[in-house]
Design a protein around this ligand. Sequence first.
Ligand SMILES: [Ca+2]
Ligand SMILES: [Ca+2]
Ligand SMILES: [Ca+2]
Length: 217
Amino acid sequence: MSQLELAAKAVAEVFYKYAGQDAKKNKLNTTELKALMQKEVTSLKGADADVTKMLKCLDDNKDGEIDIVEFGTLVGILANGYRKWSRPEVPHKDQTRKGPSQTALLLLTPLYYLCRLKSVAAMSQLESAVQSLVDVFIKYTEQEGSKNQLSQGELKRLIATELSSGALGKKVGPEEVGELMGQLDKNHDGEVNIQEFCRFISILANGYYKSKKKGSA
Ligand SMILES: [Ca+2]
Ligand SMILES: [Ca+2]
Ligand SMILES: [Ca+2]
């Protein structure tokens, strides 16, 4: 498995580990999300995240729970924080720890802790996965155009290189890259940013989980 596939696998494992604690095994309820945040975003310890509000922010389809694709948003927020931190030469205002709007701030609080993770010896499975995702993302974004985003060409190279041989890669052939780009590019700027990229990861993670389940059944 490539670094990217291992990260997607880890995202799936973490998600389903907590989502499976009640009868609805494919979704995180408030209690499950809280447990996940406490154990997997280790840098959050001591900070009092409002999980109910966080769930509302992530819950796109408003069913009161978080599915794996919605979970991708959270992974994206963590990844974005880590990316900014690991690439300090890219100008950003966050170092003041003030910038974002109130709603965003609520979600962003944990990432400021995550950003200091390199000094923390023990990363959780989720945090290691986030770090891997960012490493892979950066490897390709810096090839052309915006250094913070994937162009279609970069996305194509990333998929060809990182997903060509693994089980997940078969789901996304190079010919489907244009279509995929359209799906991922939520803000329609023609490129894929880290948050949009993490949505893709959660889709891969879901595919991994489903194929594994099929295999073991
Ligand atoms: Ca559940
Ligand atoms: Ca939902
Ligand atoms: Ca975009």
